[in-house]
Design a protein. Sequence first.
Lengths: 339, 362
Amino acid sequence: MSAISSELSAELPPEGGPAEPDLPAGTGPYRLAWRRLRRNRVSMFFGLVFLLIVILCLLAPVYAQDIAHMGPNAGSPTTQITIGGKTEFVTNSVGVPIGPTWNFSKYFLGADSLGRNEAVRLLYGGRSSLEIGVVAMLITMVLGTVLGLLAGFYRGVTDGLISRVSDVIWSFPVVILGIALATVINVQGLGPLHSTTLMTTAVVIGFVYIPYVVRPVRAQVLGLREREFVDAARQQGLSGPRIMFSELLPNLSSTLVVFVPLILANAILLEAGLSYLGAGVQPPNASWGTMLEQGLQLFPGGFSTVLVPGVMLVLTVMSVNIFGDGLRDALDPRSKVAR
Amino acid sequence: MSESGLPEQGPGALLAVDHLRVLFPVKAGLIIDRTVSRVHAVDDVSLSIGTGETLGVVGESGCGKTTLIRALVRLIKATSGQIHFRDLDITAASRRQLLPVRREMQMVFQDPQASLNPRKRIRQILATPLALRGLPRAEIEAESRRLLDRVGLRPEHLGRFPHEFSGGQRQRIGIARALAMQPKLILLDEPVSALDVSIQAQVINLLDDLKEDLGLSYLFVAHDLSVVRHVSDRIAVMYLGKVMELSPAAELYTKPMHPYTQALLDAIPIPDPAENRKRVRTVVTGEVPSPIDPPDGCRFASRCRHASDICRTVEPPLTRYANGHLAACHHPQNVSAAELAAAVRSPLSPTSAGEQLPTLAA
């Protein structure tokens, strides 16, 4: 054996090696993804659009107080405004509200059927819609990931239970299940949830989308758990939960990151749908869905009351989706992104 | 290299494997899975590794080498038999009970690409076992750097991801991870078979140096006798889940007793065409029998040119010859009449083996 060692020792790299400059740390997968994402102009543009919408909605109280000088629920059909020296009611004799005045301080986007300031309500409604969307998305992501990890890692009875329950949830259309759950909670209340809090809608939406995350996470974990690095961790004596969260979870992250915008967009849409159907945000609270519903009652009169929240909703969901698409491409190392 | 004989099974051995069996159920059924048959992956194997010893385990693909090693580190549950580490029965120990044992017994995996978490930097990969060992947080960085240096990598590599390394470097990281626990025994599951030949030599030399410096013991699994030759003190040859021959390393090459070992040795290519053409090879024909329904008698009988009736009906016991050389064969080769007369049945023999010791071939 010693003969072999000396024979081959020439091939061994010199111990320690000559002093070379420090090597830079390796480039992580996220930094690479970020580089790819930055090159994707369209995605970055829509990402900024979404950011802008979020900032505007967060500034709703500032706009209401300092510029429009009225809250989201202030105003009545008999409120009068003066534009260009002409004074008029904000709704006409048959209840159709005025359209946009394009004057920031006076009913910028017109009024709704109850004479409330459409622009102020749009921003407050956006706050509700985004808040519900984000909370629902967080509920879905956290519970979906944990349940998917448990099902995929432990398999057996745990998997059977989790998978069958999510199959049951999945077998209902989200809107039907959403209406059913939201109605029950709105009428009866469930712990801290009741009809006047936005969280009811958020929890309902977060719940109905859970299977959409559980399934793919479980499938990926089933594949990952057979990889040798999991055996290596087990062989070191790491516990099951530790392996799930410190070894498997980092390998799921690119999937999860892609799910975030997807679920967020769907949650915002479902919120609008549920509110439109009366099962989501309850009046007089504003949300894009309730605004659409109230606007549509006047249709085809008061066209702006449909168009304004509708355009906002489409713009938000579209920008989230396009940004999400870009994110998915960026996280896929094989994707070709235009340079 | 020590030419010492077989360390006694039981007390004194670092790791002792006693009649270990690992059977995998084959399930079938429409709604309820029934176990219709079982794959005999490791079938009544007894081995031991002494302190400072390297035991090589060889055999062709599917002979149960990897299953054996995985059962030893308790990644797979043993069906029956016992595993003792330092006289402590770890066959059924819980995860918590195993923690101190796992510190002393580490494993290096076959595929260095798959056995390193692709989402972790080397720093994190090494920090996990160091923290498990109880090293204070402040010392982990320095110790990681020392470990990388020990396996011939540069400390600056700590910030890198596994995919930024070559295969040989990755296997060095795998070895560093095993060393992080300061083990006494390292189980190596074909540590070099995924590497090309020049890198194989480097990694084997590294393992050799580590063994010498740190007083390690190895269980070295490979499917290639030429690789094991350089590192092993003793070598076990496995076939279809059973040990066919267990011998001091040098003797296995000069005096192979089992026809299967002979065939394996003849399969080693000689890098000289003239030499290679000159030699007379024993070529094994036919297929390995199914491990689901292994043959009665000697497992190798169906492919053995020395096989007789007894081979097909009675399983040969592991017979102990001079110099601690064990072979499970009714018709051992390269054995003199005197050696045959002095042979005894080894207690390591499978329980299903017959009592009759081999006689000289007709």
